[in-house]
Design a protein around this ligand. Sequence first.
Ligand code: ADP
Length: 395
Amino acid sequence: MKVLVINCGSSSLKYQLIEMETESVLAKGLCERIGIDGRLTHKPTGGEKVEKAIAMPDHTTAVSLVLAALTDKEHGVIGSLSEIDAVGHRIVHGGEKFAHSVVIDEQVIKDIEAISDLAPLHNPANLIGVRSCQKLMPGVPMVAVFDTAFHQTMPKEAFLYGVPHEFYEKYGVRRYGFHGTSHSYVSKRCAQLMGKPYDQSKIIVAHLGNGSSICAVKNGKSVDTSMGLTPLDGLPMGTRSGSIDPAIIGFIAGKENISLDEVLNVLNKKSGVAGMSGVGSDFRDLGAAADAGNELAKEALKVFAYNTAKFIGAYMVSVGTADAIAFTAGIGENDCAVRAMICDYLAGIGIKIDPVKNKARGEEALISTPDSAVQVWVVPTNEELAIARETAALV
Ligand code: ADP
């Protein structure tokens, strides 16, 4: 069985074609600048990467170019489109409606549209990807896999904010959480690596990438997570502020004489470690700047590491006694200096990592010492494979 995984944004579309028998990627790629000019990058496994500027006025054109690349005589990996058995779509927000992945029909599309005000930048773009695929691959089953679904097991005390209850009842204001596909995949894999049954393991996952979130996974279920109603909540990130005193929003709007939307734009795009340091959001650049003596870069890294440690500490309460902490995503998998900083802040609760083992990059590794109070793992995430597995299971 072959599953095409589609992650469609407002001006980009990422894809992977996965052979499920071997769980191997046949080809992957990216359409960028959709609706602007257009750029396709296509990489067949074991073959040459193809990059070309090509007109992409809309998403349907982008999908048709992806399908053409997959079936291309020279760079393709399948003989015809009939070899694609199903399509798995990443959908950012499933609200309270979707606690699991679902096969897409007209009602599902309507339900996703109905919760689009919770993710106005993401859900409409995700649905454009669904519609485009339906048009070009009629009859092929499509599955929606939601970033929020894994967190629907959170108890009320974890998902309710301290605001009037009517905001929850009328508008669905609550913590939803994101990166659920990654938290689910990584926690499951970490339990396997520890040799513990998933439904009896307590794992704290630190997904640290451009967007970062922490998740407390108790007995295979998410019981708390740091992102909230939107992906702005929680940790300070590449360009996002994370949780701040909400009064700052009105205060800055008044001082700078700008609208609430403009303040939110700053909190989403010009804050986090980029805003704090003035260096940028890429942790490689930040690390290099800090090593060269840039004080603001050093401070931003410390704020990131300290807040990550603080969430991990808090989630020890959420899971009871944790069996493991699992680092994942771009920073979590690769940045050993940041991992070491985070674990230093956790030394007081008995967490110890081995500096040699902590050199692991992009590979599964146990990096804690044998006498550490909690095991610390690096577990690379694979959201596309997780989406493909969900899709295959449903069709
Ligand atoms: P997303 O999927 O959220 O866009 P990623 O999970 O790819 O993000 O993570 C991107 C982040 O990972 C960037 O801040 C980048 O600097 C960081 N990163 C990637 N590789 C490395 C590395 N080798 N060392 C340090 N940081 C890295």
